[in-house]
Design a protein around this ligand. Structure first.
Ligand code: SF4
Ligand code: SF4
Length: 86
């Protein structure tokens, strides 16, 4: 499974979750080129080890396990994965 970053990250994007992740699978980091233009951060579903360490760090409760993403934010499952495709 993976964790998913959802809508509340948009406009917050404070990167608090990045430092908590033991496998560096949350991007773009603030030192990466895409950071300024990205509307939010995304979790790489192929790298996430499902540890949950990022969840309590988020000040706006934007991060959910894939199977607990609220109905209105289901699209974010795809948008997180899409960030890492191709
Ligand atoms: S659940 Fe763990 S591995 Fe996955 S993004 Fe959060 S901190 Fe990183
Ligand atoms: S901690 Fe929450 S709001 Fe901040 S960048 Fe991570 S997901 Fe976005």
């Amino acid at each position: 499974m993976t964790f998913i970053i959802t809508e509340p990250c948009i406009g917050t994007k404070d990167t608090a979750c990045v430092d908590a992740c033991p496998v560096d699978c949350i991007h773009p980091r603030s030192d990466e080129e895409e950071f300024e233009s990205a509307s939010q951060l995304y979790i790489d579903p192929d790298e996430c080890i499902d540890c949950g360490a990022c969840v309590p760090e988020c000040p706006v409760e934007a991060i959910f396990p894939e199977d607990e993403v609220p109905e209105q934010w289901q699209d974010y499952i795809e948008t997180n994965a899409a960030w890492y495709e191709g």
